[in-house]
Design a protein around this ligand. Sequence first.
Ligand SMILES: [Zn+2]
Length: 330
Amino acid sequence: MIIDCHVHFAGIDGVGGYISRKFKWSPSFLMMRHFTGHLFKKIDTQAVLNHLLETLNRAEKVDRAVFLALDEVYDAEGNPSAQGTHLHAANDFVAGLARDHEKVLFGASVNPNRKDALDELDRVAEMGAVLVKWLPSAQGIDCADTRFVPFYRKLADLGLPLLPHVGAEHTIPVAWGRRDMKDLNHPARLELPLDQGVKVVAAHCCLPVFWWDPNHSAEFLSLMLSYRNLYADVSAMTLPSGFRARTIKRMVGEFPPDRLLFGSDYPIPVNPSLRGWKGEQRERIKRAKAVANPMDRNLELLLAMGFSEQMFATTRQVLRLPAEPAPAEA
Ligand SMILES: [Zn+2]
């Protein structure tokens, strides 16, 4: 079974969550609308949902996808702050999608700054969460904050992997519009959860998207070599950026292949640059670019770029999947 561990759901109009005006009119949001054929169509939660479910249900290679919730920003008292938040996708709504749709898995998000964080963690685990997603710069989460140690211990006890974004972020604006929030995506901040025994899956292998992005990939790689419980997902590798294409070509063999998880970051664009790729491999990537279904296209592209099929098995091992029913006795 092939599982895409990184697909974003967005509540648009208060159903299942909300987005800020700033995000709604950002170039990244408009680009997603363009690439999903929704630039001139009405966009509400139902339209987002229809598109995601149709794409997933029509995929022939991808069997399941983790739809990600995204918790709100919380103030110093641990209360939700709608002013600070740019994208909120509610746990209950996404858990409901997973209940109603066989191919959807529940990716929860619990902001550790909320006053009921530990209870919420228990609650999402009970609702069948397969992971916990964080986007530190957008949610105002400092992974290195020692107040979160009990949260990390509970994650480890529950066997829930943490999927934090690391490195440059270009899609969701920073919490409260504060530029210093970007520092929260630095990979060194992951040492605290790693020391507490949490299985951490760093999104996008910490790779930069554009040449002007801060590049922490060397630091991230050495962190991966020192922590056996540090994994990375290969989502957003197929973005339309020549710099990203060249970076992947250079680094694809550097990551321990048994520590990579398969993902897409859909609905961000699956339309990579061919820059840097040569010969037979360039032709293979070109053919993969022609696959119609974007989730399948992402899969074919990653294999063409040289990522190993081992990532499918690692994804199944790392996610907190419900136990398979025991085979009946013969
Ligand atoms: Zn993402």
